[in-house]
Ligand binder design. Structure first.
Ligand code: PHE
Length: 489
């Protein structure tokens, strides 16, 4: 059964759409992931490259995905099918659905940590003198507590998506996202006034480009896609619930701007504290969970601030998690005719199960590795270095050459908006994004895997050539079919 017979849901207002899309973008990617990838990639130089990528690739891709969604009113796979029927382009959407599975499974594990940190802070377990590193490692390496919170978080996520309460979420996000913003600013204030904070500020603003490698540039591309929820059909899906009268260009700019602001603020909350309190900036995935509790412990009213912060972080994670689940669920509703409840329950459960080894790989199952990564890090590697870049690459090629950059641009320019897309947009989507992403992906992967995988170079260059061959063939195939259809009509 197709969706034509049912009424497709729509956002209540422009603000609702911006908040939902910003709610998807702003999440653990900004506050947990961004600071630690900046920390492991050397600081300011990485941030500068990241900002360039956001402007030159992130914004045009955001516009493109929203436009594809608004135009087709379809899920990630259906949207490609709609614009290029009977062609292999649905594969681009299928990669997105797969990425939704992969990302949410480990995302929910981290979101579970935030829930448990909320209760730990509230109970006063994270006061002055706590061994913050030890507490964090103790928590994530234990068996049951992280699994329990992962279970709770996935339950919340699938519950919300199952109810289809876009409206309920809209209301919640309207109050809680600004609150998160305010708390972050308060944290920056505290972090910057700690004695010795200057080194952290310097780390974020004084670039040392000698620290930049092919791997770190790939990391910046991966982080940009991840934090903006791009390259996996998420903004296609959210755009599909957007009224035809709403503009895309300005809304996309709001989402990209808010997301970038929150990431930078999180950086300025975390790094001054890292240096002031003597933590290691390259500590990895524990950075936020080690540094922030230490800052809270040193603040008057830290228990309340800290608890509020972790609760809001969990909420920010929730508004991202529901968008990840929605990508997969929307596909099963639109294309397979499943009910929303059935799709949420089944898919949510499968994702919960995939998250179990991710959680246990921090402790009991840490001996099991793939390409040198534990299972959790492997899933993150897979989405950052392969799924999102390939998804983004194919989406850019599709928009640029099949739907055509001109039509994408014209669609995005239909409604009144302060930002008008000019031919610069065509250049970015047709040349800059595909070329930059391909080059960065292959050189970054080779750099990353050269010591682990024998013959990685031929494998990597071979795979990229195949992807490009596929794209060229699929572009031609779609153009031919679209031309025949036009002739028939
Ligand atoms: N953007 C979210 C974050 O920064 C994560 C996410 C990725 C959500 C991809 C949806 C799609 O936390």
């Amino acid at each position: 059964m197709s969706l034509e017979t049912k009424q497709r849901e729509q956002w209540g207002s422009r603000v609702a759409f911006i908040l939902a899309a910003a709610g998807s973008a702003v999440g653990l990617g900004n506050i947990w992931r961004f600071p630690y990838v900046v920390g492991t990639n050397g600081g300011a130089a990485f941030v500068i490259i990241y900002l360039f990528i956001i402007a030159l690739i992130g914004y045009p891709m955001m516009v493109t995905e929203m436009a594809i969604g608004q135009k087709t009113k379809r899920n990630a796979i259906g949207a490609f099918r709609d614009l290029a029927p009977n062609t292999p382009w649905w594969v681009a959407g299928a990669l997105g659905v797969l990425a939704g599975f992969v990302i949410l499974s480990f995302y929910s594990v981290v979101a579970g940590w935030t829930l448990s940190y909320f209760f730990k802070t509230l109970a006063g377990d994270l006061g002055v003198g706590t061994d913050f590193v030890g507490t964090f490692i103790g928590h994530i390496t234990s068996d049951w507590a992280p699994l329990f919170w992962h279970f709770v978080f996935m339950g919340l996520t699938l519950g919300i998506i199952g109810l289809g309460v876009v409206k309920g979420i809209e209301k919640t996000v309207k109050i809680l996202m600004p609150a998160l913003f305010v708390l972050l600013i308060a944290l920056v204030g505290r972090a910057l006034t700690l004695p010795g904070a200057g080194a952290g500020v310097e780390f974020l603003i004084k670039p040392d480009f000698s620290k930049i490698t092919a791997q770190s540039i790939l990391g910046a591309v991966g982080q940009a896609f991840f934090t903006l929820s791009l390259g996996m059909g998420c903004m296609i899906t959210y755009g599909s619930y957007l009224d035809d009268k709403e503009n895309i260009n300005d809304n996309a700019a709001w989402v990209v701007g808010l997301d970038t602001a929150v990431a930078l603020i999180a950086g300025f909350a975390i790094f001054p504290a890292v240096f002031a309190l003597g933590f290691d900036p390259a500590a990895g995935g524990g950075l936020a969970f080690i540094t922030l509790p230490a800052v809270f412990a040193s603040m008057p009213g830290g228990t309340i601030f800290g608890a509020a912060f972790f609760l809001l972080l969990a909420v920010a994670a929730l508004t991202s998690a529901i968008s990840l689940l929605e990508v997969v669920v929307a596909y099963y509703i639109d294309e397979k005719g499943w009910s929303r409840q059935k799709a949420s329950l089944i898919i949510g459960t499968l994702i919960f199960i995939l998250g179990i080894p991710a959680s246990l790989s921090m402790g009991r199952w840490s001996g099991f590795t793939i390409l040198g990564y534990n299972f959790f890090d492997f899933l993150d590697f897979l989405q950052e270095s392969i799924l999102l870049p390939v998804g983004g690459l194919l989406t850019a090629i599709f928009a640029g050459y099949v739907w055509s950059a001109k039509k994408t641009r014209e669609h995005s320019n239909i409604n009144k908006s302060a930002i008008r897309l000019g031919t610069w947009f065509d250049v970015l989507i047709m040349y800059v994004s595909p070329i930059a992403v391909s080059v960065v992906m292959v050189t970054g992967l080779v750099d990353k895997l050269k010591d682990i995988v024998p013959n990685i170079r031929p494998i990597a260059y071979g795979s990229l050539s195949l992807i490009i061959l596929f794209a060229v063939w699929a572009v031609n195939d779609a153009r031919k079919k679209l031309a025949t259809e036009k002739a028939k009509a």
